[in-house]
Design a binder for this molecule. Structure first.
Ligand code: AMP
Ligand code: ZN
Ligand code: FE
Ligand code: FE
Length: 277
């Protein structure tokens, strides 16, 4: 089993690298990739732990780009997490995240919902590479008793067009793709069925997009078939994974969506396509 979309506590996942790799081994994964939001802080730990279980852990990331005011998640694989340009880019991404969650907290305060973000912000300042986002805000809202679940926090307050939504600033997907290439990686459009920007995919391919995430736990059979056809038609590689966050209130079990072996073979064969520069 191959699951190339997993999160850890370096971003908004609930599992530490040790916990995640232990679960991956129990689920029988042969290949795994942690794709935390705008950080690769778990990469070394995961690789070392996975090797002990004979799991092939490949380097991964999920970078948030912005396209006409909408979030676009771009996955990167086989990239060098010590690449100077990438390190700098991701650090700037995380700084923007801190500013954004502070702005969201201020908005919530205006709405008479005080939350305590200090523990989450303390982790960001103490732990190198820690990435914050709306899920941590949602958890603080649950802790303060303003909502009964993180899902309710998103549905009522934090989601797009909800009262505490703060628009994001960021790089365009084309720039993110180029950043991944410069770090020697392959770029894949995450969960296109959720992102709904199908009309932009040919242009992103022309900008160097290598793959699309055909297999994802949010994709039903019809969507998977649709993106499979699109990948074939546009000569794009395919990626896939569960997007497991270890969070009972949001999501799916590890391995809930997996990449078939033949698609993995093609992806793996292309891993040196972009030399780091
Ligand atoms: P952000 O990175 O701040 O834009 O937050 C987006 C992240 O929030 C996504 O990557 C998901 O992991 C998580 N998320 C999105 N929708 C929900 C939801 N309805 N409930 C809980 N978490 C969510
Ligand atoms: Zn997430
Ligand atoms: Fe995503
Ligand atoms: Fe994800």
């Amino acid at each position: 089993m191959i699951d190339l979309h997993l999160h850890t506590t370096a971003s908004d996942g609930r599992r530490t690298p040790v916990e995640l790799v232990t679960e991956a081994a129990a689920a029988g994964l042969a290949v795994m990739a942690v794709t935390d939001h705008d950080t690769m802080a778990s990469t070394d730990d995961v690789r070392q732990l996975a090797a002990e279980h004979d799991i092939d852990a490949i380097a991964g990331i999920e970078i948030t780009a912005v396209d006409e005011g909408r979030d676009v998640h771009v996955l990167g694989y086989f990239l060098d997490h010590s690449h100077g340009g990438l390190v700098e880019f991701l650090s700037a991404q995380r700084d923007v995240r801190v500013k954004r969650v502070r702005a969201i907290a201020a908005r919530l305060a205006d709405l008479n919902m005080l939350i305590d973000l200090r523990p989450a912000l303390l982790e960001v300042s103490l732990l190198p590479g820690r990435s914050i986002g709306r899920p941590q805000v949602a958890r603080a809202m649950v802790s303060a008793g303003h909502v009964s679940s993180t899902r309710e926090a998103f549905d009522q307050w934090l989601g797009r067009d909800r009262p505490a939504f703060v628009p994001r600033t960021g790089s365009r997907p084309e720039e993110v793709i180029a950043t991944i290439h410069r770090a020697g990686g392959l770029a894949s459009l995450a969960h296109p069925g959720r992102t709904s920007m199908d009309a932009r995919i040919p242009a992103l391919r022309d900008a160097g997009l290598d793959a699309i995430e055909v297999y994802h736990s949010d994709h039903d059979g019809a969507m998977t078939a649709r993106y499979h056809r699109m990948a074939r038609a546009l000569d794009l590689l395919m990626t896939g994974g569960s997007d497991y966050h270890g969070d009972p209130q949001h999501g799916v079990p590890l391995g809930a969506a997996t990449l078939p072996d033949d698609a993995w073979q093609r992806l793996h064969a292309a891993r040196h396509r972009h030399a780091a520069t």
